[in-house]
Write a protein that binds this ligand. Structure first.
Ligand code: SAM
Length: 291
């Protein structure tokens, strides 16, 4: 069944008496090329478990089920559950869960699905056309919970994708870029205009793939210190590092100046010019000072 056409969405709306819920970010994909791109770049194999965030009426879910051992689709809107059960009825490798992704225990799902039909899962691929009102919290939850997945392939608003991909020195480089790039390598997959959705959102979209690093990108003694330095640095991004970091851990300006210099960094630089590695060097010195 072709689930990605405006006609199908209209038919479902009529039959089930529903309309897309704006507050849940319900913009359904109607473009086969974008679906194919997301699936192709997710690198799903027959030995993989796929977790889909927000299946909607199932357009991506069906395409993923063709490639994977099993797809677990997590949808918050209980009105969409009977629709998904109907649209996806021809697949026997899809489990639909009615839950808020932010309250989902990924660890438990992975543990329960280590083996499917006696076959140990090779990998775990997360994907979704994300609800735009909650894009960043969803990505950060998966990363901070240290979900044992291989990759996250998602469609999200272009502006957020730009911040995630940004390099030091650019306007969009900030705490989100550093956090995501610390956990993952980031690959641009595709651009998508507003026209590939029903209803049309206000902004353009981008598909990116985040490959979770199996090892830290550099030696880091304390992640909390790293994120504290990043947060303080970008908290006041127009200020020099010396000024934005003064006060962190109760340290004086002179103490901060000596820490930054010890890290081999000019205290007059701004956070937005620092490489990830430089934040780590700073964080490691802060940590030693505090212990
Ligand atoms: N995957 C479908 C597609 O591409 O056509 C729908 C994508 S739509 C942009 C986002 C979906 O996420 C909607 O079905 C929405 O109900 C669901 N959603 C919104 N918030 C959610 C949450 N907190 N947890 C799980 N699903 C959510």
């Amino acid at each position: 069944m072709k689930l990605y056409s405006p006609a199908m969405i209209n038919e479902i709306k009529k039959k089930h008496g529903i309309r897309p819920v704006k507050s849940l970010g319900q913009n359904f994909i109607i473009d086969k090329n974008i679906i194919d791109k997301i699936i192709e770049k997710s690198n799903i194999s027959k030995g993989d478990l796929v977790i889909e965030i927000g299946p909607g009426i199932g357009a991506l879910t069906a395409a993923a089920a063709e490639k994977a051992a099993k797809v677990i689709a997590i949808e918050i809107d209980k009105n969409l559950i009977p629709i998904l059960e109907e649209t996806l009825s021809e697949y026997n490798n899809i489990e639909i869960i009615n839950n808020n992704i932010m309250k989902t225990n990924f660890g438990r799902i992975l543990e329960q699905n280590k083996e499917i039909n006696g076959q140990r899962m090779d990998g775990v691929k997360i994907l979704g056309n994300l609800p735009y009102y909650i894009t960043t919290p969803i990505i950060m939850k998966i990363l901070e919970d240290k979900v044992a997945a291989d990759s996250i392939t998602v469609m999200l608003q272009k502006e957020v994708a730009d911040r995630i991909k940004a390099e030091p020195g650019s306007k969009t480089y900030g705490a989100l870029s550093v956090a995501v790039q610390y956990y993952c390598t980031v690959t641009h997959v595709a651009n998508a205009t507003k026209e590939v959705f029903v209803p049309r959102p206000k902004v353009d979209s981008t598909v990116i793939r985040l490959d979770l690093r199996k090892e830290k990108p550099f030696p880091l003694d304390d992640e909390d210190a790293f994120f504290a330095v990043v947060k303080a640095g970008f908290g006041q991004r127009r200020k020099t590092l010396l000024n934005s970091l003064t006060g962190i851990y109760g340290l004086t300006k002179d103490e901060i100046a000596s820490i930054i210099e010890n890290a081999g960094i000019d205290p007059a630089r701004r956070a937005e010019t620092l490489q990830l590695q430089e934040f780590a060097t700073l964080a490691n010195i802060f940590r030693t000072k505090n212990n």
